[in-house]
Design a protein around this ligand. Structure first.
Ligand code: HEM
Length: 471
């Protein structure tokens, strides 16, 4: 097993084929040798990653409430979507199309806009491009079901990214962002802007607040305040500068496969085995295996929200002191059991997320975790620390999780994972010509409770005031 796990990577210096410095997908560590472990060994490794006791409080992360897990998934769906690479053979990232823009621009919400995706927008007043949600009551013409996403007659969500219908939590976040847009439009209306100008100004405010909350709330929690301060500095006038060593596109932003196929998948380890969404619905498992499951038995998506299932966000985010939100699980190499038998039929035979992640890393010809650590000038974890059979290299995704577990007690990412995630997210914002950092690096948010402060709880208070108390 040890031998096979060595692969051809470090010894073979088999440098991957993508020659591009930029593009839609690309490589952050272009010179690093590929790590090519035996696929069977990856299958076995994935099996070792099943959490023993999903209810053990020792596995809870006291620093990251459970809602941030799904902010991570929502963010991932804003910036990266690879529906075309194969799990069966090697893929050159330069030839893959990222179906999302590598920008924090919420294309997962806006789609291609009211002209090209008119089904998402309220047509009653084209001068005021608001999102549509809810259904019209057949008898009296009033709106009902305003707590669910708009859906077609087979209950599929009519939204900018189909993945945001994947589980109840991300569906409810998608809805919160639709409502966020509509509320910001109301704020901008008195300016007199209408139509395309109103849309542009609203999108600017929505996107900049989203970018701010990602950097100052989500990223600070995820990579830790120390790593964030190494990558981002704020001068005496409050203007921000980003300093990146490894994410350096020659021209346009690109999506690094080290991020999309490995480091940012750290979030899979934060998923809990079950959740409670409000006082009306009992605690339920995240997913049960199989297709034939009562729609009130788990939190799978691609179906309408059952009655009374509106999420009370204080169960997920720090919106009240007592009792406060439930925690996410620690960032470590153990994943909740439901992730080993995902209910999503579109995945085909292989329903183990751990196995898919490891295979995807192999098929996208990623370097090992140790190689990336060395390129970064970090001391690589030893074989004993990694807990693998022998001193062989570790797949990058596994390494990032183990590093967080050992060096940060699972509370935030470690030096390798934190730098890949931090540099990519800050790099995407820095290289987006329309982001707040590009247009107005001294900009401050104004929609939160206090000037210059805006976190995810502020966003929810503003967007969905009906969902920020406990019910
Ligand atoms: C219940 C929660 C989640 C489920 C069921 C889920 C499921 C999946 C699945 C099935 C894939 C495709 C795997 C493959 O074939 O390679 C995927 C990809 C991915 N996931 Fe998750 N995920 C969840 C949460 C998260 C979270 C919390 C994060 C990050 C914080 C995350 C980050 C990613 C990323 C970056 C990708 C690759 C996206 C791309 O480039 O196409 N996921 N996830």
């Amino acid at each position: 097993m040890t031998q096979r796990f060595h692969g051809t990577g470090i010894q073979g210096m088999n440098v991957p084929s993508s020659p591009w410095f930029e593009g839609r997908f690309g490589r952050m560590f272009r010179e690093a040798p590929v790590f090519e472990p035996d696929p069977e060994v990856l299958r076995q490794l994935a099996e070792t990653m099943r959490e023993d006791d999903p209810r053990d409080p020792a596995g809870d992360n006291p620093d990251i409430p459970a809602g941030y897990t799904y902010i991570g998934q929502f963010l991932d769906h804003d910036i990266t979507f690879d529906p075309t690479s194969s799990l069966q053979r090697a893929n050159d990232p330069a030839r893959l199309v990222n179906f999302r823009t590598p920008r924090l621009d919420l294309d997962s919400i806006y789609g291609s806009g009211p002209d090209d995706d008119p089904f998402m927008y309220d047509q009653s007043d084209p001068a005021v491009p608001k999102f549509l949600f809810g259904k019209i009551h057949e008898d009296d013409g009033t709106f009902i079901d305003e707590d669910d996403l708009p859906r077609n007659t087979q209950d599929r969500a009519l939204i900018g990214d189909p993945r945001n219908d994947e589980n109840t939590f991300i569906c409810q976040l998608q809805l919160a962002f639709l409502k966020f847009h509509n509320r910001v439009i109301d704020e901008v209306l008195p300016s007199g802007l209408r139509g395309g100008d109103l849309l542009k100004e609203t999108q600017r405010i929505v996107r900049w607040h989203w970018q701010w909350a990602v950097v100052h709330d989500y990223l600070r929690r995820t990579i830790g305040a120390d790593m964030l301060s190494r990558l981002l500095t704020t001068d005496d006038d409050g203007c921000e500068t980003v300093r990146l060593k490894h994410y350096r596109p020659k021209k346009n932003a690109y999506m690094p496969v080290e991020f999309s196929a490995a480091a940012f998948r750290f979030g899979h380890s934060q998923v809990r085995g079950g959740y409670k969404i409000n006082n009306a619905v009992p605690a339920l498992p995240t997913f049960l295996p199989g297709a034939d499951v009562d729609r009130r038995a788990d939190f799978r998506g691609f179906r309408g929200l059952p009655p009374q299932w509106t999420i009370s966000w204080p169960f997920f985010f720090p919106l009240d002191e007592d009792p406060g939100p439930v925690a996410s699980r620690k960032i470590d190499t153990s994943l909740a059991p439901p992730l080993f038998a995902l209910p999503d039929a579109s995945l085909g035979e292989n329903r183990s997320l751990a196995h898919r992640n490891l295979l995807r890393g192999l098929r996208l010809e990623l370097p090992s975790g140790q190689v990336v650590a060395r390129v970064m000038g970090e001391e690589a974890l030893s074989g004993a620390q990694l807990g693998l059979p022998g001193p062989g290299p570790a797949p990058l995704w596994f390494y990032v999780l183990k590093e967080a577990e050992i060096l940060a007690d699972g509370r935030h990412l470690g030096p390798v994972g934190g730098r890949i995630v931090g540099e990519t997210i800050l790099g995407l914002i820095k290289h987006d010509p329309l982001s707040y950092m590009s247009v107005e690096p001294c900009w401050k948010p104004h929609l939160g409770g206090a000037p210059g402060v805006f976190d995810i709880p502020d966003l929810l208070r503003f967007a969905v005031p009906d969902q920020v108390s406990r019910f």
